[in-house]
Write a protein that binds this ligand. Structure first.
Ligand SMILES: Cc1ncc(COP(=O)(O)O)c(C=O)c1O
Length: 377
């Protein structure tokens, strides 16, 4: 079964990008969704101070769990008991733990296609059966309550992501509530990946915590908090599953990194600095949404959040991997081939991440524009 686990195809593009960079080429990295900004200044200061005096043993910070619980109260108006918060080394283990604790081998778990590649592969790794549902522009590439109502047979679970990767689209609160309701009626357990919360350009994303206390909620310090390499995240487990998640976490991973937990506690009070990154992404998004149609890339769903643009390049290629490689070799702009996110239609899409600086986005546009113009001739 594990032979069906696929590698990230964007890694091959990234490796080529790094080789070209080592040769002195002016590469712009838009292939991965990672902020280039680093942790907030105060969080770094905390880390420096702690390094000198802490033995860094196995540890889960009770204060950080309480702070996360307070975050749900302040941001979403929802009470989450701190013992439902389980700290993990990023959203990736949080997702794994949710799948392990929430389901039995052989259970079917539904997810949107396009979607984040690790959903189907993590599900397979723990012997669940991923069922991908084609989601197009009509539902802004998201699962809808109507689709879930129509599922036959009824799956054991669904994964929802809002804002989504690779499209950045957000499920409006009414739709999220309708999804929670239909899942309750049909006995479907929700995993809600809320890793891009905090990164939105219009309405903020609602948390499924408002509508469903039986869901697993996955989140991380990798995106809004700009702490990718610190490897820290969390899962909010339903009350009846929290002990099981904690038992799995202990056996599989012991604890998350101590230094990161100290720094993250400080980072949670650095919103004014972190919001300046969101303003950068907002400017980058606007620049790309204005420029891409001029290049003939008209079929894009403007992202409500996250930092991605999912662009249809089907009029230019039926091989997004080869296309992204050529784009990189000729313009030194690295983009992710759509196949990572959609094994069926991804050959005609690419994803651009705008989690870079605004001057880099402008430079990328100035290279892409003539390149696409020449392609069309
Ligand atoms: C939708 C989604 N979920 C989870 C992850 C994993 O993030 P982490 O760095 O917290 O493990 C990513 C990473 O890009 C992602 O895009």
């Amino acid at each position: 079964m594990n032979t069906r686990i696929e590698p990230f195809k964007a890694i091959a593009i990234s490796e080529l990008a790094h080789r070209l960079k080592a040769e002195g080429k002016p590469v712009i990295h838009m292939e991965f969704g990672q902020p280039s900004t680093g942790a907030p200044q105060a969080a770094i200061q905390t880390a420096h101070a702690v390094l000198d005096g802490d033995a860094m043993g196995y540890w889960e910070s009770a204060r950080l769990r309480e702070r996360i619980s307070r975050h749900y109260q302040e941001r979403y108006g929802v009470e989450i008991a701190p013992d439902r918060v389980i700290l993990t080394a990023g959203a990736s283990p949080a997702l794994l733990l949710s799948m392990l604790a929430g389901f039995e081998p052989g259970d079917r778990i539904v997810m949107a296609r396009p979607g984040y590649v690790a959903y189907r592969n993590t599900a397979r790794a723990v012997h669940l059966v991923p069922v991908e549902i084609d989601c197009g522009p009509e539902t802004r590439f998201q699962l809808s309550a109507q689709m879930i109502e129509a599922l036959d047979p009824v799956p054991a679970g669904i994964v929802i992501t809002s804002p989504a990767n690779p499209t950045g689209t957000i499920l409006p609160p009414e739709e999220l509530e309708a999804i929670a309701e239909i899942c309750r009626e049909r006995g479907i357990r929700i995993i809600s990946d809320e890793i891009y919360h905090g990164l939105s350009y219009g309405m903020p994303a609602a948390s499924v915590a408002r509508f469903d206390d039986t869901a697993f909620i996955v989140n991380s310090f990798s995106k809004y908090y700009s702490m990718v390499g610190w490897r820290l995240g969390w899962v909010i487990a339903p009350t009846d599953k929290a002990e099981l998640v904690r038992a799995y976490r202990g056996n599989l991973f012991l604890t998350p990194p101590s230094l990161s937990q100290h720094a993250a506690l400080t980072a949670m009070d650095c919103e004014s600095e972190l919001d300046t990154h969101v303003e950068t992404y907002r400017a980058n998004r606007a620049a790309l949404l204005e420029a891409l149609p001029r290049m003939g890339l008209n079929s894009i769903a403007p992202p409500d959040g996250a930092f991605y643009i999912w662009a249809d390049i089907g009029h230019l290629t039926d091989n997004s991997m080869a296309f992204c490689e050529r784009l990189l070799r000729e313009t030194f702009v690295a983009a992710a081939p759509g196949l990572d996110f959609d094994p069926v239609n991804g050959h005609r899409f690419m994803r651009l991440s705008f989690a870079v600086s605004t001057p880099q986005v402008r430079e990328a546009i100035s290279r892409l524009e003539p390149w696409f113009a020449a392609l069309k001739k």
